[in-house]
Design a protein around this ligand. Structure first.
Ligand code: ACM
Length: 381
């Protein structure tokens, strides 16, 4: 560990809110690990302006109200202004009033439904124009135009399905079914849903089932005798972490749209994957949510080196416009939206549980969280 020339100022303290328990722990644990890995890297090379960054970490247990109360504790009792955290949109929506009231800065590294802006959030996961649009086009071209939608019952799936419904209908397709299950759904909860889907005979299933119940959906699909080569599940949130939980035999053939897969070929990604596995185990894959959690800490540190202050009124303007060579490729934080311009990729799970990248954008796709621009036109995905 580097020695720190702290100039008598002590370390920088930051908050970290990712769940190690509860229904989205499988994916949030990876975001926690990636955040800590980036902080360790920065500290090992001397910290920021000679000061170590010290994380104050709580486990919000996948519960939005607990996220909000820890965010408040971080800001009021621990003296923190910058918080890295949140996976579900309900946890983000619970934390936003806290950071807005106390003028903090939430760094949010997760795909979400878009149609949101807060002056106290930096969004580093994809908005629908960076994943849903390409996924819809890909599924329609390869498999057909009849979609069944299945999601967890909260804001992200309902809003993502609203956007998918609009995209499908605007491009001559049809939604033949739409169902929601609890975030805590188990295998047996998916059995009647899948027998109804079988009866409806869609061309594809668009899933916004998230968290630990994801593996139950794919297992139930497998057990019901569906063939992913004929009717695949397309998703925006099924990552290497969920694939590892369900097993490659269950996941093979299914499709995900994301900015990042572990199989991305860049020098930055080789280094990220190597360090992540060395730190957390050779069997632990990286994934899109961990990658965003990792690169956002580096963007934060770059801005902090510039401002030498954690004051949100100074830090936020220094973050906007920042470019960074992330594992997925070069990304930049949009000055207009405080969302990140990211890559768009379509991956299919292979027999080893890795994502084979079938398509990718030629470069960063500008964040367009309100789908104002060309986002609704599938050909531009
Ligand atoms: C999510 O709730 N944004 C995955």
């Amino acid at each position: 560990m580097a020695g720190f020339k702290s100039r008598g100022l002590g370390p920088w303290r930051v908050g970290v809110l990712f769940s190690r328990s509860g229904c989205t722990a499988v994916i949030e644990q990876t975001q926690l690990w990636a955040t800590l890995l980036a902080l360790e890297e920065i500290n090992r090379s001397g910290g920021v302006n000679g000061r170590e960054i010290v994380p104050v970490v709580y486990d919000p247990m996948s519960d939005p109200a607990t996220f909000a109360s820890y965010a408040k504790r971080l800001m009021v009792e621990d003296g923190v202004t910058a918080i890295f955290g949140c996976y579900t949109s309900s946890s983000r929506k619970a934390v936003i009033p806290v950071v807005e009231r106390l003028n903090g800065l939430l760094w949010y590294p997760t795909p979400y439904e878009g149609f949101e802006f807060s002056p106290n959030v930096i969004y580093t996961g994809p908005a629908p124009n960076q994943n849903s649009v390409a996924l819809c086009r890909f599924l329609m071209e390869r498999y057909g135009k009849r979609f069944c939608l299945i999601g967890s019952d909260y804001v992200y799936p309902r809003e993502s399905n609203r956007i998918m419904r609009e995209l499908v209908r605007a491009n001559g397709g049809e939604i033949c079914g739409e169902t929601y299950v609890s975030l805590r759904a188990r295998h047996r909860d998916f059995v009647p849903v899948l027998s109804e889907i079988k009866r409806l005979r869609p061309d594809v299933i668009f899933s916004t089932v998230v968290g630990d119940s994801t593996s139950c959906l794919y297992q139930a699909y497998h057990d019901a005798g569906f063939d992913p080569r004929v009717i695949p599940i397309g998703s925006l949130t099924t990552t290497e972490a969920e694939v590892a939980a369900m097993g490659a035999d269950v996941a093979e053939g299914h499709i995900t749209a994301a900015s990042y897969f572990e199989s991305v070929r860049t020098d930055q990604n080789s280094s990220f994957v190597r360090k992540y596995k060395k730190r957390y185990g050779e069997d632990e894959p990286t994934n899109m949510c961990a990658e965003a959690a990792y690169f956002q800490v580096h963007i934060f540190a770059k801005a902090l080196a510039h401002t030498d202050s954690l004051d949100t009124d100074l830090l936020r303007p220094a973050v906007l416009g920042t470019e960074f060579d992330a594992p997925q490729g070069t990304v930049s934080v949009s000055e207009t939206y405080a969302h990140t311009d990211l890559w768009t990729r379509i991956g299919r799970v292979d027999s080893h549980g890795r994502f084979e990248i079938l398509e990718q954008s030629c470069g960063q796709v500008d964040a367009d969280p309100y789908l104002i621009g060309s986002g609704r036109v599938l050909a531009c995905g």
